[in-house]
Design a protein around this ligand. Structure first.
Ligand code: ATP
Length: 345
């Protein structure tokens, strides 16, 4: 039996996670869902974000973490959100940011003439290195001579493990090509490391074709002919940008799920959208991203059947137009969750 820490968090996170939990209980009644109170409310009351002991507990006593969203206008700079999210991402070493890009209905795609078969790829974004480590600094700040340096940190170990994860995934899912994306023409040191490791690792997967594309080329091509792509592997910064491009190709924030994964360890699943304070508490947020996130989590826990059931129910609800207004429907958050629940069979 699996044990899941559920962190609804802040804003619409609470509303959409409630719907995701209802769906999880319907398909897997024996799943143990333990609610954690982390978020702005707790931070404002006690100053606590997430402790090392709690991170230890997540890692030793849970199989997965399901997060709603973190962010609250009452916390300047969303310091609590950064500490909780980055705490989990870095201290639990969740080095894979996994973003599936799959079209559920043609009308959700802004590209002309593309069908659901044309948009179905995944992005493996390196999640613990790159420009996100915060190495760098400023010199003569606030003067006309100010200098800012922001380092792009890439380790052999970090590059190798994300590339290997992408190839493992491709092999396990019968994909024939893995695409590396970088900017090796302008960033030759980082690009050189990525390309050498990519070629080395690819030799262990002779049945899979490897290609390397500059990120500007890939951004263009994903709009022109997304059907070519199956598995994309890239660094932290380019992964951030490409995954948002991917999200926009299949219907936007209301539908986009993500996983922060370390194979074999506790991993974190969250919808891509944030706490959306502008619509929080109004029963208008789309719960489908959170529900698809729950499906992604089940798939990671080895339950492909339940994940497929949830995804089919979401697709059927979208097809019937029983959605919130961001996808053209008229339902509220709770009713949109119920539209999925009814279709679980
Ligand atoms: P945060 O500070 O937590 O990142 P944000 O408002 O800056 O919050 P998002 O929450 O990602 O960023 O939302 C951007 C906009 O997209 C919101 O203003 C909201 O109107 C819309 N949005 C986000 N999530 C949803 C959702 N689940 N359903 C409908 N609209 C959404």
């Amino acid at each position: 039996m699996a044990r899941v820490a559920v962190l609804p968090g802040d804003g619409v996170g609470k509303e959409v996670t409630r719907e995701a939990a209802r769906v999880l209980r319907a398909v897997r009644p024996e799943l143990e869902l333990v609610e954690w109170p982390h978020g702005a409310h707790r931070f404002l009351e006690s100053g606590e974000t997430i402790t090392d002991a709690e991170l230890g507990e997540l890692s030793s006593s849970y199989d997965a973490i399901l997060l709603g969203a973190l962010g609250d206008p009452r916390v300047p700079g969303n310091e609590h959100a950064r500490q909780i999210l980055l705490g989990m991402r870095f201290k639990l070493d969740l080095f894979i940011n996994f973003r599936p890009v799959r079209l559920l209905h043609e009308r959700l795609c802004p590209l002309k003439g593309k069908t659901v078969e044309d948009l179905d790829f995944v992005i493996f974004r390196e999640n613990t290195e790159g420009v996100y480590v915060g190495m760098g600094g400023t010199f003569k700040q606030g003067t006309p001579d100010e200098v800012a340096v922001q380092e792009d940190m890439n380790t052999r170990k970090g590059v190798e493990r994300i590339i290997r994860a992408a190839f493992d995934y491709a092999r396990a899912h019968g994909h024939s090509r893995v695409t590396l994306s970088d900017k090796a023409n302008a960033m030759e040191f980082a690009g050189g490391l990525w390309r050498r490791v990519f070629a080395e690792v690819a030799r262990e997967y002779p049945e899979i074709e490897r290609e390397a594309l500059y990120v500007d080329m890939l951004a263009m091509d994903l709009v022109r002919r997304p059907e070519r792509y199956q598995v994309i592997v890239t660094g932290n910064l380019f992964g951030d940008i490409l995954s948002d491009l991917g999200a926009a190709l299949v219907g936007g924030l209301g539908l986009t799920a993500s996983g922060n994964i370390h194979p074999g360890r506790v991993s974190l699943f969250e919808p891509v959208h944030g706490s959306a304070p502008d619509i929080a508490g109004q029963d208008t947020a789309n719960p489908l991203a959170a529900i698809l996130t729950a499906a992604l989590m089940l798939r990671h826990l080895g339950d492909d059947d339940s994940a497929a059931r949830i995804e089919a129910a979401v697709q059927a609800a979208v097809l019937a137009g029983e959605t919130t207004s961001d996808l053209g429907g008229t339902l509220g958050t709770v009713a949109a969750g119920e539209a999925v629940l009814r279709r679980l069979g």
